[in-house]
Design a protein around this ligand. Structure first.
Ligand code: ADP
Ligand code: MG
Length: 264
């Protein structure tokens, strides 16, 4: 009986390299200063946010946190270096597609004139398809559907913040950039928003960069944490290690509340 040799193909057990949700490669950004100010420079930022992770970004006021977020969706472009979203450099993206993929929610939500429904529908209008899940979007952010026909400008601050979040979610973003989004909410509402974002990460593998000055929140919601001071990335690590066992003296001082402002 003839035996057929079965050749075992060499297999590799190495996993495929994962594409980061967002990665920074030698990024610098300068701002010309007003005469009374020191010039600001975001210097040599390197690091990545793996897909499906929450990165909490902390640092004193003026340390460059919002600037770093703005570099992820073409509000700003780097002076040097590259920012890649899902592996593609931001300047190689079409801006509308990048902004659909990367949602940004600000501390102070901007409502456009019109109803809540119209505010939620803005992005889908731009992309030429009707919004079919407005009620569901509102429910996801903990708002009643009867708000849909209310004038968005008349909502409370907390309601506007939730509508702004729902508006970003209408695009089904792969990456969410959150800039101090709970600072105007009471603690219970802030916790609700935290649950919502963590649910998105769990269920849709959404990646998040979350700027917060609230250190307990940064610790609660983060998988990874970065500290920016004066435009430099001082320390980055797993969130628990960052808070439990910081490696840098500057981080220890920051966690003790001894660093503030940009002059440090
Ligand atoms: P953070 O969010 O950590 O408080 P920012 O990223 O907003 O810090 O700002 C960092 C520094 O860059 C600040 O000194 C700020 O004044 C300056 N800055 C931010 N945006 C601009 C801009 N568009 N033009 C000039 N300076 C800016
Ligand atoms: Mg800021």
């Amino acid at each position: 009986m003839e035996v057929t040799a079965i050749q075992t193909l060499a297999t590799t057990t190495d996993p495929q390299p994962l594409v980061a949700a967002v990665s920074f490669h030698g990024v610098h950004k300068n701002f010309a200063a007003k005469p009374e100010d020191e010039p600001f420079r975001l210097s040599d930022i390197n690091g990545e946010v793996p897909e499906g992770k929450v990165l909490t970004l902390v640092g004193p006021s003026g340390s460059g946190k919002s600037t770093l977020l703005g570099l992820c969706n073409l509000f700003l472009t780097p002076d040097e270096g590259e920012v890649r979203v899902l592996g593609r450099e931001i300047r190689d993206w079409q801006t509308p597609m990048l902004r659909k993929t990367v949602g940004l929610v600000f501390q102070t939500p901007t409502m456009f004139p019109g109803t809540v429904l119209e505010n939620l529908s803005l992005a889908s209008k731009i992309h030429g398809h009707p919004l079919s899940n407005a009620r569901e979007l509102l429910a996801r952010v903990g708002l009643e559907p009867d708000l849909l026909n209310r004038a968005a400008q008349d909502l409370s601050g907390g309601q506007k913040q939730r509508v702004a979040l729902a508006r970003a979610l209408a695009n089904e973003p792969k990456v969410l950039l959150l800039d101090e989004i709970t600072s105007a909410l009471d603690p219970a509402a802030a916790k609700d928003v935290e649950e919502l974002i963590l649910g998105l990460r769990r269920e849709q593998n959404t990646s998040v960069i979350w700027v917060t000055h609230h250190l307990e929140q940064a610790r609660r919601v983060g998988d990874l944490t970065w500290l920016l001071v004066g435009g430099r990335l001082v320390e980055s690590g797993a969130t628990e290690a960052f808070f439990e066992n910081p490696q840098r003296d500057e981080t220890r001082r920051f966690l003790r509340g001894e660093l503030s402002g940009r002059d440090v």
